[in-house]
Design a protein around this ligand. Structure first.
Ligand code: PHE
Length: 446
């Protein structure tokens, strides 16, 4: 049956939108990526730059993305086509498709990493039940483990998504998000009582201002901020489109960014002291100021740290990796929603069919990544976060600031003249944001 005759599904409340969007933003990027990057880039200095970059660049980009979706009330492909007007409709549509491909790229590696989280959570659970062999298998990285847990995670996500916007996404996000916050705080309280934690706390909270102007640090912080706020693949645009028009988007976007940044901050407050606790207990954590194992930090250091806590440690391990799986799930949902909304609205598919079709595509893509892991895994992450996401953000700035005319308050001369705040913001989005982003590109290229 064609779904175009049905009214569009939507969030039933503003808080529903905020929770879902925060659920999209808060994920492996915050809890896994951010602390790793912070620990590798001087702790406090990274935190300091990250906060500034989020405020100056990521926040306006998030606004632009949500604004386009909210005004158009359409999926990202149609929304961008509409915003580009008759003259550049094709350009907008193609950009939307590129974003959609970005969403699938994101899913192809994200579901693999999320599968690792799931496996580690189950590893703790099976250890608690006394199945040592199974537990060891679950906590050891292997192709077979990937082949099992990536599909499990994809099916979990699809199961929620096909229930629709209100029944699925809104309901689950509002349940899972507060749980996540509580678990994180509980773990921080626990870790901070352990010996060695104070040194980690100091590294994290006291910035070394000599490092703040390091271009490498600034670029890492910027990439991290874009990924963390889910900007540039259309996930936030599609959520914006599920909210009724005429909301005060500025406030909503600020609260999402604040929640996301707060969770990243808390994750740092947990992981960095935890590293120092591990070091205090005699483990080698840093070599030459760099974390050993880089991105493998959580999988190498934390399980052994938890293991030193005895049976209680298994519980901590279980809750920690469950927390990460939950965070990954709500992020996965928003990325999947991008192609699903496109197929439902523009290609007249039903929601269930579209969800399973996209899940099948993601499954094939992630299996390819698993098969050619060394070649593809890092490459896809890098292409997405350092090229595709920033380029799409630049495109959003240009659309909102320059191309989109009809119904856009940011290019409406009369409205801008009346409203000083809007005029300032319009100027900022039109000129400063693209220039800042181009500077970053130049820095990345050279
Ligand atoms: N923001 C998510 C995280 O921090 C990742 C994400 C990127 C989600 C892009 C959706 C789109 O883990």
């Amino acid at each position: 049956m064609s779904s175009s005759a049905l009214p569009r599904d939507s969030f039933h409340s503003r808080i529903g939108f905020v929770l879902a969007a925060a659920g999209s933003a808060i994920g492996l990027g915050n809890i896994w990526g951010f602390p790793t990057q912070a620990a590798n880039n001087g702790g406090g200095a990274f935190l300091f730059v990250y906060l500034i970059v989020t405020l100056l660049l990521a926040l306006p980009a998030l606004y632009a993305e949500v604004y386009i979706g909210n005004q158009a009330q359409k999926n990202p492909v149609s929304a961008l086509a509409e915003a580009c007007g008759n003259g550049s409709k094709r350009l907008g549509r193609n950009a939307g498709i590129i974003g959609l491909v970005g969403a699938i790229m994101m899913l192809s590696f994200y579901t693999i990493v999320a599968g690792w989280m799931l496996a580690h959570a189950l590893s703790a659970l099976t250890a608690l039940m006394g199945f040592t062999d199974i537990s060891n298998w679950l906590s050891t990285s292997s192709t077979l483990r990937n082949l099992v847990f990536t599909p499990v995670f994809i099916v979990l996500g699809a199961g929620i998504i096909h229930q629709g916007v209100h029944g699925g996404i809104e309901r689950w996000s509002s349940r899972l998000m507060p749980m996540l916050l509580l678990m994180l705080i509980g773990l921080i309280v626990y870790i901070l009582q352990l010996e060695g934690a104070q040194a980690g706390l100091a590294l994290y909270l006291i910035p070394d201002f000599a490092q703040v102007s390091d271009p490498k640090l600034i670029i890492s912080a910027m990439g991290q901020a874009f990924f963390s706020l889910s900007i540039g693949v259309g996930g936030m645009m599609v959520y914006g489109s599920y909210m009724k028009k005429g909301q005060d988007l500025g406030k909503l976007v600020v609260s999402i960014a604040a929640l996301d940044t707060f969770i990243a901050f808390l994750a740092g407050l947990l992981i960095i002291p935890a590293l120092f606790v591990a070091q205090h207990a005699g483990q080698e954590v840093f070599t030459n100021g760099h974390l050993i194992g880089e991105g493998q930090l959580i999988f190498q250091i934390l399980p052994s740290l938890f293991a030193t806590m005895g049976m209680g440690g298994l519980l901590v391990s279980f809750s920690f990796f469950t927390l990460l799986s939950i965070a990954a799930l709500t992020s996965t949902i928003s990325s999947t929603e991008v192609p699903v909304a496109y197929l439902v609205e523009d290609k007249n598919m039903n929601r269930k069919g579209a969800t399973w079709l996209i899940s099948a595509v993601v499954l094939v893509a992630s299996m390819l990544l698993i098969a050619f892991f060394d070649l593809l895994f890092g490459l896809v992450i890098q292409m997405l976060t350092t090229i595709l996401q920033p380029l799409m953000s630049l495109f959003y700035f240009i659309v909102v600031g320059w191309i989109w005319q009809r119904g856009n308050k940011l290019t409406d001369v009369a409205q801008l003249q009346e409203n000083t705040k809007l005029r300032f913001f319009g100027f900022y989005l039109r000129y400063i944001c693209p220039i800042l982003l181009i500077i970053v590109f130049i820095n990345v290229a050279f």
